[in-house]
Ligand binder design. Structure first.
Ligand SMILES: [Zn+2]
Ligand SMILES: [Zn+2]
Length: 493
C-alpha cells in the first residue's frame, strides 16, 4: 500500500470528459496526471477500468460515523424485534449513557407502532432516543424526555406521549450530539473513511453541524486518507470566512421531509389533506442570507425538498441577484419536488442542485412512500434529473449519509434506473454526478473530477466496465488511488 504509481495501463481509463472517451495509459508525476512518468511502479489494470475517484456531495460526516456506534433498526419489521434489539443495547451499555437509535421506519412495521410508553417498558432509567429513518422526528422514553425538559428549551407540550416532532426533534438531536466527546468523533471519522474508500469514494462533501466539530475536522483532515470538502452546517457566514472556507450550509432546513409530512408543498399531502408541510424561514430571511453570503463570496447550500421550499430558495436567490446585480451559484440540496417553470428559473440564474438518486430507488417505486404522500400525478414531478440536466443545471450526486449509504455505484444505478422512465439519465451522465460535476459543484473542477494532465491523479479502479453496459450494482471498487498512491485495495496483491 501507498507506494507511488508512475503509470496506469492495461485497461480502459475513462476520462469523464465526453461519453465513451478513454485512454489506454496515463502517466503520473508528483501526484498529478502528467505527460511523462515520475518515479514509481506501473499499475496494470487488465480486465478492469479506471475512473476519476468518486465524490459524494452530501454526507453528514460525523453523523455517519457516529451512526455506526448506535443501533440501526431500519431493517426490523416488527415492534417486538425492535424492543428486543433496544433491550439488548440497554443491557450492554454503561449506565447513564443515552442509548441512541436510528432508522425507525413505521411504514415497515406491521401492527402496533413505537411510543414513549413502549420505550418505558424497556427501561425507565436509561435514557432512550429513537430517531425516524428520515431524520425529521423521534421518540424518547421518560428518562430521555426528562433530560430534554431539564436541559433544553423544549416544553412538556412539545413532546406528548414521548413523540418528538420536527422542531423539538432538531433540538433533541442537537442535545444528544452535545454529549459526544472528541474521542468518539475521531473514532467516527475513521469509520467513515473506511466505508467511503471501500465504496470507491475518495472525496466527501462533509456537513458538520457544530463549530468545534468543524475545527476538529480541519485539524484531522491532513491525516485522513480521504479528502473532505468541509461545510459549516450553521448560519454563520463570518465563521466560514474566518476559517477560509468558501461555503456554508448543508442540511440547513428550509422545510422538512416527505416521510414526516413536513416537506413544504403548494398543494396538501395526498394522505393528509389539511397539511401543507412546514417552512422554517421567512422569504426575507432567505433572501438576506443569500445577499450577505454573496457579498462575501460564500456559496450557500440549503435543504429544500417540497415545491414550496424550492420556490423559497429560488425566490431568495432571485432577490439577492436583483439587489447585487448578478447571480451566484448557490446549491439547492435535495431539490426533489420541482415544476418545469421552477427548473427554468433555476437554470436562468445558474443555481446548482445536489441530488440523491438513491432516494428515488428507496421511495419512488409504485405504491411507495412518494406515491402515498403525493399521489400518482405529483410523484411524476419528483427528482427530474433528465429535465434538470437538459436545462443546463449543474447536477451533482450525494447520499445524504447516514440516510442512505455512501455508495456512489448505488447512486449511479438509481439515476440510470429512475422509477420515472422519462427522468432516467445515461450511465455516463450518472457517473459524472459523482465525479466531474461533484468537483465542479464546489468550484474544484480545475483540480479533479476528470482525467486530464495537471489534475490530481485520483482514481477508482472497478472490476467491471459500467460505462460499456456491464451491470452497475455488481461492479466492485477494487482500488482507490489518491495523488498517485494506492490508499485502498481489496485485492491481496
Ligand atoms: Zn437535508
Ligand atoms: Zn442531509
Amino acid at each position: 500500500m501507498s507506494s507511488d504509481i508512475s503509470a496506469i495501463t492495461g485497461g480502459k481509463i475513462y476520462t469523464m470528459k465526453h461519453p465513451g472517451d478513454f485512454l489506454s495509459k496515463v502517466y503520473i508525476k508528483n501526484g498529478r496526471i502528467s505527460e511523462t512518468p515520475g518515479d514509481g511502479d506501473t499499475l496494470d489494470i487488465t480486465g478492469k477500468i479506471a475512473l476519476p475517484a468518486f465524490e459524494d456531495t452530501h454526507t453528514h460526516f460525523f453523523g455517519t460515523g457516529l451512526s455506526l456506534t448506535q443501533l440501526d433498526i431500519s431493517e426490523l419489521t416488527s415492534l417486538s424485534d425492535i424492543k428486543d434489539a433496544i433491550a439488548e443495547m440497554v443491557k450492554n451499555r454503561p449506565k447513564g449513557r443515552i442509548i441512541g437509535i436510528f432508522g425507525y421506519a413505521p411504514e415497515n412495521i406491521e401492527g402496533e407502532e413505537l411510543s414513549g410508553e413502549v420505550l418505558d417498558s424497556i427501561s425507565i432509567d436509561t435514557p432512550i432516543f429513537v430517531r425516524r429513518k428520515d431524520g425529521h422526528s423521534s421518540f424518547g422514553n421518560s428518562a430521555f424526555i426528562r433530560l430534554l425538559l431539564e436541559e433544553t428549551d423544549i416544553k412538556p407540550d412539545d413532546v406528548v406521549g414521548g413523540f418528538i416532532p420536527e422542531r423539538a426533534h432538531t433540538i433533541a438531536d442537537r442535545f444528544f450530539s452535545s454529549r459526544i466527546t472528541r474521542e468518539e468523533l475521531i473514532e467516527a471519522a475513521a469509520k467513515v473513511e473506511k466505508i467511503a474508500l471501500s465504496n470507491g469514494c475518495l472525496t466527501l462533501h462533509s456537513y458538520v453541524p457544530k463549530k468545534w466539530w468543524l475545527k476538529l475536522l480541519l485539524e484531522i483532515a491532513p491525516s485522513l486518507k480521504i479528502r473532505v470538502v468541509p461545510y459549516p452546517e450553521i448560519e454563520d457566514i463570518e465563521f466560514a470566512t474566518s476559517l477560509g472556507l468558501g461555503r456554508v450550509g448543508g442540511c440547513i432546513l428550509l422545510d422538512g421531509s416527505f416521510g414526516s409530512h413536513t416537506a413544504a408543498l403548494f398543494e396538501p399531502y395526498a394522505d393528509d389533506p389539511n397539511n401543507l408541510g412546514i417552512l422554517y424561514k421567512t422569504d426575507e430571511e432567505v433572501a438576506s442570507f443569500f445577499t450577505e453570503a454573496q457579498e462575501k463570496g460564500v456559496q450557500v447550500a440549503l435543504h429544500a425538498i417540497g415545491d414550496r421550499a424550492v420556490e423559497q430558495f429560488i425566490q431568495g436567490a432571485e432577490e439577492a441577484c436583483l439587489r447585487l446585480g448578478e447571480p451566484f451559484p448557490h446549491i439547492i440540496e435535495h431539490c426533489e419536488l420541482i415544476h418545469p417553470e421552477q427548473i427554468e428559473r433555476m437554470a436562468r440564474i445558474g443555481l446548482r442542485a445536489g441530488v440523491q438518486p438513491t432516494f428515488d430507488h428507496l421511495w419512488g417505486k409504485p405504491g411507495g412512500m412518494y406515491e402515498k404522500r403525493l399521489g400518482k400525478k405529483r410523484k411524476e414531478l419528483l427528482n427530474p434529473f433528465r429535465d434538470m440536466l437538459d436545462s443546463g443545471i449543474l447536477l451533482a450526486g450525494g447520499s445524504d449519509s447516514p440516510i442512505t449509504p455512501i455508495n456512489p455505484l448505488l447512486g449511479i444505478y438509481s439515476a440510470v434506473h429512475h422509477n420515472n422512465p422519462t427522468q432516467r439519465i445515461s450511465t455516463f451522465e450518472a457517473t459524472s454526478l459523482f465525479t466531474s460535476n461533484a468537483a465542479k459543484l464546489v468550484f474544484q473542477g480545475d483540480v479533479r473530477g476528470t482525467v486530464e494532465v495537471g489534475k490530481y491523479a485520483d482514481f477508482v479502479i472497478l472490476d467491471s466496465d459500467i460505462l460499456n453496459g456491464e451491470d452497475i450494482l455488481s461492479a466492485n471498487p477494487v482500488m482507490v488511488i489518491r495523488e498517485g498512491k494506492i490508499i485502498f485495495s481489496n485485492t491481496q496483491s
